[in-house]
Design a protein around this ligand. Sequence first.
Ligand code: SF4
Length: 191
Amino acid sequence: RKENFVKKGANNKFIVATTSLAGCFGCHMSLLDIDTDIVDVLEIVEFNKSPLTDIKKFSKRCDVGLIEGGCANSENIEVLKEFRKKCDILIAFGECAIMGGIPAMRNFVPLKECLEEAYINGLTSEIGANIIPNHEDIPKLLNNVYPCNEIVKIDYYIPGCPPDANHIWKVVKNILLNEEYSITHEEFKYD
Ligand code: SF4
């Protein structure tokens, strides 16, 4: 896919936002695994809403949104839809975002049973506990965990669990700079 991006950030940089939905945050940890190469990334990228910056709300439209994790609750859906609205390109990175991953293992068990196991019958539940938390401030769990592309259109996918850090940034950079790229088999990483 060829795009002509207009850099919208300060110093003519591309603007990137990231979020972690129903995942383990491992994909975001991997983002930081490029160590000092982050300096090269920062030469062309400015981060907006992201756990990396602790910016909670979009302050401008973004060139790229990187999504970790699938959708397990109502808040995940809201955040993902907002990313689709505010970002020109959405990239699902990691297996949880692409196909639900580990959290989607609960799709084989009815939600009621999952909650009873977690809060009432589980080995670590308090003896005599019989309450499943249910407050209006707690996002509602969905019956299933959904991969991102079942909720909004996703433009690119970066497989792995977590994907290799250099692989992630190589893909993002190549998309932004409109360069041809290919990924070698060795770059796919599943720990
Ligand atoms: Fe964690 Fe793997 Fe899911 Fe990334 S893909 S959030 S590393 S379980």
